[in-house]
Design a protein around this ligand. Sequence first.
Ligand code: ZN
Length: 159
Amino acid sequence: MTYVRVIGVAMLLLASAGAYADPCKIAIDSNDMMQFSAHELAVPTSCTDVEVTLRHAGRLPAKVMGHDWVLAKDSDVSGIVNAGLAAGLSHGFVPENDKRIIAATKVVGGGESTTVKFSTALLLQGARYVFFCTAPGHSSVMHGKFLFGDATRVAQAGK
Ligand code: ZN
């Protein structure tokens, strides 16, 4: 079932972003209701770099309903969120020079988008990572799995 779901999400993403046929380029939407458009993202290990574009389809400004997209290990999420709160909006709720962060976009408000590109050199094949939003109170709802590996490995890691 997980396998089917991952494929479904991938197809939806492709359908919603025709230009993003490259599996190493991912687009994800967010909105005014504190939601990401996907709960699972997967990229093949053939990607040496991954490009993630976060779009905000809502209308609210960043200081009210801003979102970012941060990637880290599951065990590091709460620590990063707390450090992000301390850093505040002026730093996009992302702690500076935090080694636990694999990738992070800036915060976007309604109608805006942002892209981050990062190397997969530090990612372990088949390992499960978590993407999340560091805006205050958002990460409990705005999070999902990020899988680095082929579909078979993804299905196993997703359990
Ligand atoms: Zn958010």
